[in-house]
Design a protein around this ligand. Structure first.
Ligand SMILES: Cc1cc2nc3c(=O)[nH]c(=O)nc-3n(C[C@H](O)[C@H](O)[C@H](O)COP(=O)(O)OP(=O)(O)OC[C@H]3O[C@@H](n4cnc5c(N)ncnc54)[C@H](O)[C@@H]3O)c2cc1C
Length: 423
C-alpha cells in the first residue's frame, strides 16, 4: 500500500514548477495540475506579442520537465474549478483529485478594475495565448494598413495605445516603437511610418514607479527616442467604439488598446470553507507560506500575500519571489516540519526598452542603456528552462538584432477550414 502523502500543486508557473522539482518523491506522491501542458516564461511574453520571439522558445512542456526528474511527479492537464477544503479534493474540468497537502500557485490574472466587458475590447499579455492574440492583431493591422488606400482609415488601423506604465507596458510600447522604426521601413514600405502612432498612458507621475527615479527617467527618454507618446498622470475610464475616455474628460481614438494596468489574484472557487484574502485578492499566508488557518494548504508566488516588516504590503509579484518561496517550502516539507521562515532576497529589477536599451536597479547600483540591456539579456537567458530554449532564444535574439527576421511575423490563424474571412 502507498503510504506516501499526496501533494497536489495547482499551477506550474515559477512557483509551482520549482516546488515540484524539489519535493522529495520518497516522501510525497506529487501531482501537478495546470490548465496548460507547458510552463511559460511571462517576462518574455511581450517579445512574443511584438513578434520578437516564437512562443515555443519560451514554453516548456511539463511532461519533458517531469521526465528529467527522478521518480517523476505526475502532470494532469485541467483548469481547477474548485477546491473542496473540507473534503480535501481538487475539482478540475475533467476529474476530482484528492490531496493530503495542497499548494496553490495559480498566479494572477488581469484586473480591469470593474470596467465590465472591457476584456472583450482590449488586448492583454498575461499568458502565451494572450500574447499570440496580441501579435496576430498587430500583424493583421499592419497587413491591412499596407493595402489601405484611405489615409484616415490607415491611421485608425495604426493607432496603438498601451495602458499602464509598469515594466510590461514600457516593454510593449518600446517593442512597438522598434517596429515603427525598423520594420515598417523594411517590410511595409507602403505605410508612412509617421502614421503609426503609439501612446503609452500611465496614471502616476512617472513610468516604472516601482523602480528608481533614474530608471523612470531613462525609460521615458528611451521611449521618446522610439517615438512613443508618453502620457503621465492620466487614468483611462472607458474604451467604447474605439474611443478611449480619460478621467479628466478628454478622449482619443485608438484602434488597438493593450491593457497592462493591473493584476488580481487568480484562484479557483473554494467549497466547504474559506481561504483568507488580502489586498489584490491574494491569499493570506504565514511566514512558511501556510494559508492562515489551514495547516495542510499552502499558497506560493503571486497569489500569496505575507506582510512583514520589510514588506508591509506583501512581497512584490515577481518571478524571484515565487522561486525563492518554492525553494523554502520544499525545504520545509522535505524536512517534515515548518522550520525555515521565508525571507525575500531582492536581486533587483529591470525593464528593457527596444532592442538595445534597458534600465536595471541592482542591489548596490543602477544601470542604463546598452550595459543594462546585456545584463537583462543574460539574466533572462539563464532563467529560461532547458538548454534547447536558451540556445533558441539566444540565436533568435542575435539573429533578430541584425536582421529582424520575417519568419517571426507570420500570421497563423487557427481554423478548421480554409479561411475566407476572419471577422
Ligand atoms: C507580461 C509579464 C511580464 C513580467 N515580467 C517580469 C519580469 O521581467 N521579472 C519578474 O521578476 N517578473 C515578471 N513578471 C511577473 C512574474 O511573471 C510573476 O511574478 C511570476 O510568474 C509568478 O509566478 P507564479 O508561479 O506565482 O505564477 P505564474 O507564473 O503566473 O503561474 C501560474 C500558473 O498557474 C496556472 N493556473 C492558473 N490558474 C489555474 C487553474 N485554475 N487551474 C490550473 N492551472 C491554473 C497557469 O496556467 C500558470 O501556469 C511578469 C509578468 C507578466 C505577466
Amino acid at each position: 500500500m502507498d503510504s506516501k502523502e499526496k501533494v497536489v500543486v495547482i499551477g506550474g508557473g515559477f512557483a509551482g514548477i520549482n516546488l515540484v522539482k524539489r519535493l522529495d518523491r520518497k516522501r510525497y506522491d506529487v501531482t501537478l495540475v495546470d490548465r496548460n501542458n507547458f510552463h511559460s516564461f511571462p517576462p518574455l511574453f511581450y517579445q512574443v506579442a511584438a513578434s520578437g520571439l516564437e512562443p515555443a522558445s519560451i514554453s516548456f512542456p511539463f511532461r519533458r520537465e517531469m521526465r528529467k526528474m527522478d521518480n517523476a511527479a505526475t502532470y494532469h492537464m485541467g483548469e481547477v474549478k474548485s477546491i473542496d477544503v473540507a473534503g480535501k479534493k481538487v475539482v478540475t474540468r475533467y476529474e476530482t483529485i484528492p490531496y493530503d497537502k495542497l499548494v496553490i500557485a495559480t498566479g494572477t490574472t488581469n484586473n480591469f478594475f470593474n470596467m465590465h466587458d472591457l476584456y472583450k475590447r482590449v488586448f492583454t499579455i498575461k499568458s502565451t495565448g494572450e500574447a499570440i492574440r496580441c501579435r496576430n492583431e498587430i500583424l493583421d493591422r499592419l497587413e491591412r494598413a499596407s493595402i489601405c488606400r484611405d489615409d484616415d482609415e490607415r491611421k485608425k488601423l495604426l493607432s496603438f495605445t498601451v495602458i499602464g506604465g509598469g515594466p510590461t507596458g514600457v516593454e510593449v510600447a518600446g517593442a512597438l516603437g522598434e517596429m515603427k522604426r525598423y520594420i515598417l521601413r523594411r517590410e511595409y514600405k507602403s505605410i508612412p511610418p509617421e502614421q503609426l502612432v503609439i501612446t503609452l498612458v500611465e496614471g502616476s507621475d512617472r513610468l516604472l514607479h516601482t523602480m528608481s527615479e533614474t530608471a523612470s527617467r531613462f525609460a521615458l527618454k528611451y521611449l521618446k527616442e522610439l517615438s512613443v507618446n508618453v502620457v503621465l498622470k492620466q487614468s483611462m475610464k472607458s474604451y467604447d467604439d474605439n474611443v478611449l475616455t480619460f478621467a479628466d474628460g478628454s478622449s482619443q481614438y485608438s484602434g488597438m488598446v493593450i491593457w497592462t494596468a493591473g493584476v488580481t489574484g487568480d484562484s479557483p472557487e473554494i467549497e466547504n470553507g474559506e481561504l483568507p484574502r488580502g489586498a489584490g485578492n491574494r491569499i493570506l499566508v504565514d511566514a512558511y507560506n501556510r494559508v492562515e488557518g489551514h495547516d495542510d494548504i499552502f499558497a506560493l508566488g503571486d497569489i500569496a500575500l505575507h506582510c512583514d516588516e520589510m514588506y508591509p504590503r506583501g512581497c512584490p509579484q515577481l518571478a524571484q519571489v515565487a522561486i525563492q518561496q518554492a525553494r523554502n517550502l520544499a525545504k520545509n516539507l522535505n524536512r517534515g516540519m515548518m522550520e525555515n521562515e521565508f525571507s525575500y532576497k531582492d536581486k533587483g529589477s529591470m525593464a528593457t526598452i527596444g532592442r538595445n536599451r534597458a534600465v536595471a536597479d541592482l542591489k548596490h547600483f543602477q544601470l542604463t542603456g546598452v550595459v543594462a540591456w546585456f545584463v537583462w539579456m543574460f539574466i533572462h537567458l539563464i532563467s529560461l528552462l532547458g538548454m534547447r530554449n536558451k540556445l533558441v532564444v539566444l540565436t533568435n535574439w542575435v539573429w533578430a538584432y541584425f536582421s529582424y527576421p520575417t519568419s517571426l511575423r507570420l500570421l497563423f490563424r487557427p481554423s478548421r477550414y480554409p479561411l475566407r474571412s476572419h471577422q
